[in-house]
Write a protein that binds this ligand. Structure first.
Ligand SMILES: [Zn+2]
Ligand SMILES: [Zn+2]
Length: 393
């Protein structure tokens, strides 16, 4: 039987052999940023690459046109390891979250593992998951059974700091709509009801609420409709808020108070309030057993892996929901200097820089090496599952 370390060495070589192809793929996706659920080109490019390297590819899985699944089967029954790809971009900013690297790294890992599968048990799935930046593609895929039979799932996100066990914030989004009454803003203001003043009052109330929230809470919003013209008392306004916190339970609590803040704005002005809340994302439960293996593999490649800092800053991701369904890991790999903000033009530039390309290759190698650990070491999968079961209680 081939040793685990020999398989890992060959996986590393396979990633290096595909270097130019992977960089080309990552750069092309970066140059063609596509928004949530519309990642047609990106999904096709990534699926084509998997197919070319011998994986069995199914396109449009789980009810999502831009989702896909590549499969490579081992020589006997064993664990099913899912490597997740993201490839959606941000409105106006393009690939400022570096999802071109996430998607391509997952494909790189699949390409590296495929030729080794006839020496290993189990199977590897490369799952293309649309709409991380809004829409929650992974949640739809979970609901539609795309993760059935998966024993462990992982992906790598580019970042400003390399660490394997950072969590994420639970989040829900709420849309507020205020309905007032239009009238001439100068000649008959007394006949109007301003939906804008109702909305502004809601913002002020929410800002006041913020003073009393725990440090992990984040409430932030934008006005999507502020009125039609300055000489009309606005009859319709709308805003979107994101409510985040360390746990789902606290998000629910804050959300109820945000709704009260909005209701107060409506009462004060005489406008009517309508609101709608989405399902949101759960917080990530990082699987420590998988994290240990991942960190060891990155360190073997010479990647410096850090421990999470106290008060570690976090975003939210639909990988949180995956981590509530199966043992999962969402490590971060530095491609920009520590302190660089996420969703920035700095990250967008770095996502196709030499640092970005190096990160892409190390992400693919780390994923492939950790998949080998999980496929070949049954104890590791069992440990990950025990930990998952204990955390889910
Ligand atoms: Zn992201
Ligand atoms: Zn993002």
């Amino acid at each position: 039987m081939t040793s685990i370390s020999d398989l890992k060495q060959r996986a590393i070589k396979n990633v290096d052999a595909a270097r130019d192809e992977l960089i080309q793929l990552s750069t092309t996706i970066h140059a063609n940023p596509e928004l949530a659920f519309k990642e047609f080109k990106s999904a096709a490019l990534l699926s084509d690459a998997l197919e070319k390297h011998g994986l069995k590819v199914e396109r449009g899985i789980g009810g999502l046109e831009t989702a896909f699944r590549g499969e490579a089967r081992g020589n006997r029954a064993g664990a099913t390891i899912a490597i997740l790809a993201e490839y959606d971009a941000l409105p106006e900013l393009g690939h400022a979250c570096g999802h071109n690297i996430i998607g391509t790294a997952a494909i790189g890992a699949g390409i590296a593992l495929q030729p080794l599968m006839n020496e290993m048990p189990g199977r590897v799935l490369v799952i293309g998951t649309p709409a991380e930046e809004g829409g929650g593609g992974k949640i739809i895929l979970l609901k539609n059974g795309a993760f059935e039979g998966v024993d462990a799932a992982m992906m790598v996100h580019p970042a400003a700091y390399t660490l394997v066990t950072r969590g994420s914030l639970a989040t829900r989004r709420i849309t507020l709509e205020f309905f007032g009454k239009a009238s001439h803003a100068a000649s008959s203001p007394e006949d109007g009801i301003s939906a804008l003043e109702a909305l502004l009052a809601a913002f002020h109330n929410i800002n006041a609420l913020r003073l009393h929230l725990r440090a992990d809470a984040r409430v932030h919003g934008i006005i999507t409709h502020g009125g039609a013209a300055i000489n009309i008392i606005p009859e319709y306004t709308a805003a979107k808020f994101s409510v985040r916190a360390a746990t789902r339970a606290y998000v629910e609590e804050i959300l109820q108070r945000v709704i009260q803040c909005a209701q107060a704005g409506a009462v004060a002005t005489g406008a009517q309030l309508k609101y709608a809340v989405d399902d949101g994302y759960a917080e990530i439960i990082p699987n420590r057993a998988i994290a240990r293996a991942f960190a060891e593999n990155w360190r073997a490649l010479g990647v410096e892996v850090h421990e999470p800092r106290p008060n570690e800053r976090m975003g939210s991701t639909d990988m949180g929901d995956v981590s509530h369904a199966v043992p999962a890991l969402h490590p971060y790999l530095a491609i920009v200097p520590d302190g660089t903000p996420g969703h920035s033009i700095e990250v967008r530039a770095a996502a196709i820089s030499p640092e970005g390309h190096a990160g892409l290759l190390n992400a693919a190698k780390g994923l492939a090496m950790t998949a080998i650990d999980l496929l070949c070491d049954e104890n590791l999968v069992q440990e990950a599952k025990r930990e998952f079961a204990a955390a889910s209680k």
